[in-house]
Design a protein around this ligand. Structure first.
Ligand SMILES: Nc1ncnc2c1ncn2[C@@H]1O[C@H](COP(=O)(O)OP(=O)(O)OP(=O)(O)O)[C@@H](O)[C@H]1O
Length: 536
């Protein structure tokens, strides 16, 4: 039985009657009521036709108004009515576009009206999805059916998710009623296995689709969305926030869970990215070491090693990048090294569990380097954005899609509406988690109670690389006897080197001593004591 209806409702010519019988269902109780009242009045008001007529007319008028309002309400709210009305829409679409066959009625010579017969077209409707299947098999409408998907998308106000061509039929799949799947910001949860829940059935599966790019016009709801993400992210991993606007996120630095993890000065933000890149590389070292110890061939992802994900959230990234370009010479960080760290995090972050969440206003041509843009797998727009932004975020795949800005639904202003799509996939309508009533929930209070997720102490766990003596001699371009002399001078100054090779720190110390000697022209002994004195 299930197989029989696998494709859903078949469109037939009798579907033209759907609006009539839907309206009749609504009107029926009123018709019966008016009939009953009229009959009662008729018995009571014998021969007073005038009064009888006025009362019945008034009743009919009021009932008609109620029926009409009720009918519209059911069409927008009731599942049965909505589904049947869509079936009618599909019938009307096929009919008005001449996508049907006509057959002469046989027998009666006086009846010349041709009979209408529709090709095999089916409509299947689920809670959040809808699919329409069209017969191909060489029928005369085949070519039109192969390109009908976009028109149906507009007709159903749905988002096309793709089509399946199984030779006999082409089936277009759509996402519908995304607003019904909207969740409250307080219900945003994040897990490694599913990702961050953004709406019913919509997840940011960061392990498989790393990095999130959000674009939104002013007042589009970016800040509210970023804070909603924090509800889930702060419970799952470590979050670092860069706030170049120095506005919405700065106060969060006071919270235990984010203390020292919110930066807003350009140099600090740059240093934060450089440090994070460093931490990511250290994490890779740790993972490699553990994997080797376990005798595994595949490195696998961070969660195999009980490591927590790290989310790097940046509001208004382009404004941070342009501030970096303007940094004066001699600043703590420079543009090149910060951008290189950012690119590394984007390219290598997935496996180590470092994920970027980048928010920006409209995307402009040279706003974001393409290495970064092309590796942000989930893209979301919120509110009103330019057509260039849609094209950049959702690409060729969605070039025929009619993106629209919706300001109101009914009488209600809509906030946080936009589109989401995995890079290279179809874009779908999206409703960001709804801001809860501040009397019931506020972000700051929620975050206040959260425990802090500490950085793993990688430094102690990873075996530090040690350089062999030959490597040191080559790197510093000195003789063995000079090296021995420096070592013994260091020993005299209570600064013995570790033995068993040389650490990176020790190598740097040796470099500084040689540099000091070169710059001051002092003896090696003086150079050693000068450098040591700066370390005390
Ligand atoms: N998801 C939402 N649910 C309910 N209201 C929202 C939502 N998103 C935004 N709003 C409303 O819209 C207002 C503006 O949102 P928000 O501050 O997030 O915009 P924005 O994109 O960050 O703007 P800007 O770029 O100018 O800072 C909020 O104060 C809130 O009233």
């Amino acid at each position: 039985m299930k197989r029989l209806f696998a494709k859903g409702h078949r469109v037939r010519n009798r579907d033209k009657l759907i609006p009539y019988w839907l309206a009749t269902i609504v009107a029926l109780p009123f018709i019966l009521f008016i009939g009953g009242v009229a009959f009662g009045l008729y018995l009571k008001l014998q021969n007073q036709w005038m009064v009888f007529g006025i009362v019945v007319f008034a009743l009919v008028l009021i009932s008609a108004l109620i029926v009409y309002r009720l009918y519209l309400l059911l069409l927008s709210r009731n599942k049965f009515y909505i589904h049947r009305y869509r079936e009618y829409l599909l019938w009307r679409f096929l009919f008005q576009n001449g996508l049907y066959f006509t057959k002469k009625s046989g027998g009666n010579a006086t009846n010349t009206t041709p009979r209408i017969k529709f090709p095999k077209v089916y409509l299947k409707q689920g809670k959040y999805t809808l699919s329409a299947s069209f017969q191909l098999e060489g029928i005369k409408f085949q070519d039109r059916f192969l390109s009908i998907g976009g028109q149906l998308e507009t007709m159903f106000s749905a988002d096309m998710m793709g089509s399946v061509d199984d030779k006999a039929f082409i089936t277009y799949n759509y996402a519908i009623d995304s607003i019904r799947g909207r969740i409250s910001a307080k219900d945003v949860i994040a897990t490694i296995s599913e990702g961050v829940k953004l709406s019913e059935g919509v997840y940011w599966d960061f392990v498989h689709d790393p990095h999130l790019l959000i674009a939104g016009g002013t007042g589009g709801g970016k800040t509210v969305f970023l804070r909603s993400l924090l509800v889930g992210l702060l419970r799952l991993g470590r979050v670092e926030i860069l706030d170049p606007k120095q506005a919405d996120f700065v106060p969060l630095n006071e919270l235990k869970v984010l203390k020292g993890r919110v930066t807003w000065e350009t140099e600090e933000m740059g240093q934060c990215l450089i440090d994070l890149n460093h931490q990511m590389n250290e994490r890779y070292q740790l993972m490699r070491k553990c994997s080797k110890e376990r005798g595994e061939k595949e490195l696998g992802a961070f969660y195999k090693y009980d490591l927590k994900p790290v989310f790097i959230m940046t509001d208004e990234l382009p404004s941070f990048i342009s501030a970096l370009e303007d940094l004066p010479q001699g600043s703590l960080v420079n543009y090149m090294e910060v951008m290189s760290a950012l690119k590394q995090l984007t390219l290598k972050g997935r496996q180590a569990g470092f994920y970027l969440v980048i928010a920006t206003q409209n995307v402009k041509a040279d706003d974001l380097p393409s290495t970064i843009k092309d590796n942000m797998m989930l893209r979301i727009t919120l509110g009103r954005v330019s057509s260039y932004t849609y094209a950049t975020l959702f690409g060729e795949e969605n070039k025929d899609k009619k993106f629209k800005y919706v300001e109101k639904i009914g009488a209600n202003r809509i906030f946080g509406r936009g589109y989401y799509g995995i890079f290279g996939g179809p874009a779908k309508e999206f409703f960001a988690p709804l801001l809860p009533n501040p009397k019931v929930f506020d972000f700051y209070t929620d975050f206040e109670s959260l425990p802090r997720i500490e950085e793993e102490k990688i430094k102690n766990q990873v075996e530090e690389k040690r350089f062999l003596q030959a490597e040191v001699l080559e790197k510093l371009n000195i003789t063995r006897s000079t090296l021995k002399k420096i070592e013994s001078l260091l020993q005299d100054n209570q600064f013995p080197l570790g033995g068993n090779g040389y650490s990176k720190k020790e190598l740097d110390l040796l470099k500084r001593i040689l540099l000091e000697r070169e710059e001051t022209g002092d003896t090696l002994r003086d150079a050693v004591s000068n450098v040591i004195s700066t370390l005390m």
